[in-house]
Design a protein around this ligand. Structure first.
Ligand code: MLT
Length: 257
């Protein structure tokens, strides 16, 4: 489905009934990154996925993006869908956005799943690199990002063509704005001990982009959080080891009312 909200066209799915379970995809992916979760969790939850501006089938971003702006766009969608408080799952950049959402809209958060993500900002060199990459995307298109990132997303390289496909719907504007937004994202670490909702933290044991140690660091400072390490999975843990991921997710979801 598509909806125009405050000048932004968003593509989304909304299926099933129960407590709303909302998924935010990572960079430079699309809601297709949750394809292994959409069907299984519909039996117990209202499952919502959406494409961030400039990704998947959503419209182009209308100006500069920050994690906070993405969170605001999600809030508009949830208001439109009249969800009330949601269980929010964010993968990687989607996790950065979920943390921004948790800070801005705590009243809309019932529980938080942080998937292969982290709270720290970019290093100065990392941010510089992102801005340089954004410049290259402006000159030559998204290929430079897809070729660099797709092989790092999964442990099993046989999955790379599938990952590349998920990335091919991203537009240059979407990728550039996300890179710039990530380069300037603030440190979210201070938020963790203040979280008042159940938190599940999960990552793959062979994540080449955000090591599991980041998950351990987050779990250590979030009271009552649950930490899961999924074996045989890279960064795209929810696709690569979807059966293990879904089983652990289901157990945690079962504790949330
Ligand atoms: C992602 O998967 O969203 C990215 O790896 C996040 C990042 O580049 O920091």
């Amino acid at each position: 489905m598509k909806i125009l909200l405050n000048g932004q066209t968003l593509a989304y799915t909304d299926d099933g009934q129960g407590i709303p379970l909302v998924f935010i995809h990572g960079f430079p992916l699309s809601r297709g990154a949750w394809k292994e979760q959409i069907r299984p969790f519909q039996d117990t939850h209202r499952v919502i996925t959406f494409d961030l501006p400039g990704f998947g089938e959503s419209g182009q971003p209308d100006g500069a993006m920050t994690m906070s702006r993405y969170a605001g766009i999600l809030k508009n969608l949830l208001d439109h869908l009249n969800t009330g408080p949601v269980i929010l799952a964010g993968h990687s950049m989607g996790g950065y956005i979920a943390l921004a959402f948790a800070r801005k809209y705590p009243e809309l958060l019932r529980a938080l799943a942080l998937v292969a993500t982290k709270t720290g900002p970019d290093t100065p060199d990392g941010a510089k690199g992102r801005l340089a990459t954004a410049g290259k995307v402006g000159e030559t298109g998204t290929g430079v990002v897809i070729e660099a990132m797709a092989p790092k997303m999964v442990a099993d390289q046989a999955l790379v063509p599938e990952v590349r496909k998920l990335m091919e719907s991203a537009s240059p504007a979407g990728v550039m704005e996300a890179l710039r937004g990530m380069a300037e994202r603030p440190d979210s670490t201070d938020l963790l001990p203040t979280l008042k909702v159940p938190v599940w933290i999960v990552s793959g044991d062979t994540d080449a982009l955000i090591p599991h140690a980041e998950s351990e660091r987050m779990a250590a400072v979030i009271p009552g959080s649950i930490l899961t390490l999924i074996p045989g999975a890279g960064h795209l843990v929810a696709i690569e080891q979807h059966a293990l991921f879904n089983a652990a997710f289901q157990v945690w979801l079962g504790t949330i009312r």
